[in-house]
Write a protein that binds this ligand. Structure first.
Ligand SMILES: Cc1cc2nc3c(=O)[nH]c(=O)nc-3n(C[C@H](O)[C@H](O)[C@H](O)COP(=O)(O)O)c2cc1C
Length: 222
């Protein structure tokens, strides 16, 4: 499975099997996290066999059932943290999908278990991604249109449209999809978001999808 196929296959899954992730998969995922941490300067951590984060029985919406494993998004507490967690977290998430795991970004409907992760001075624990063997595959989300997402004065090149299509498949908090991509000077792309809950993390996720759909060699971010 390539990354674009993983983008098309991915949906949030909120019901998990009570089954540990097999050792080979854990090792491969850890290797991916190590590479991404080096590339990004983040301190992403894999947390296994920790059911407390999802032990939230009072929740009527967004309860994650049966999950015991997650990816904790942690990094230097600066201006870039939220967008970077989105971009690099989604990179790790899509590798998890390729390894046969189900996933769900979780920003609020969980208990933040700071005691089970390593948070260095100056770092912040932002949010998590639940992972495991899903009881189902999730469902496609309702989506905004390409017209509402892509802006260009000239005719839109094919790569720009493909980037937009991949971005619209991205997970966003409460499915808000508050992002737009604007084309300048035929190969420069500006990614924009509007003030909203977790909007910078959403933007990072959408930008990663856009890069995969459009092909990084076809444009540069401005
Ligand atoms: C930054 C972020 C935070 C999220 N937080 C939660 C959450 O707290 N609880 C939850 O059940 N889903 C959460 N989600 C999942 C979204 O609800 C989901 O991605 C969206 O409805 C689109 O559906 P899909 O992921 O199946 O495409 C979050 C997603 C993102 C990107």
């Amino acid at each position: 499975m390539d990354t674009l196929e993983a983008i098309k296959k991915r949906h949030s899954v909120r019901e998990y099997e009570d089954k540990p992730i097999n050792a080979d998969t854990v090792q491969k995922l850890q290797d991916v996290i190590d590479v991404v941490n080096k590339e990004s300067g983040l301190h992403i951590q894999l947390v296994l066999d920790e059911p407390e984060a999802f032990n939230e029985e009072h929740l009527s919406y967004g309860r994650i059932h049966g999950a015991k494993n997650y990816i904790a998004l942690i990094g230097p507490d600066d201006q870039e943290l939220e967008e970077k967690c989105g971009f690099y977290g989604e990179k790790v998430l899509l590798e998890a999908v390729k390894l046969g795991l189900s996933t769900c970004w979780v920003g609020s409907t969980y208990k933040k278990m700071a005691s089970v992760v390593d948070i260095k001075e100056g770092e912040r624990f932002l949010l998590i991604i639940a992972i495991g063997y899903g009881q189902n595959e999730g469902e496609p989300h309702n989506s905004k249109t390409l017209d509402a997402t892509l802006i260009a004065e000239e005719e839109m090149p094919d790569w720009f449209v493909k980037g937009g299509e991949a971005a619209l498949l991205a997970p966003t908090a409460m499915n808000q999809q508050k992002f737009q991509f604007i084309l300048h000077e035929s190969n420069k792309v500006e990614a924009k978001t509007y003030r909203a809950y977790f909007c910078k993390t959403d933007l990072g996720i959408a930008k990663y999808h856009f890069e995969i759909g459009a092909g990084k060699e076809n444009f540069e971010w401005v």
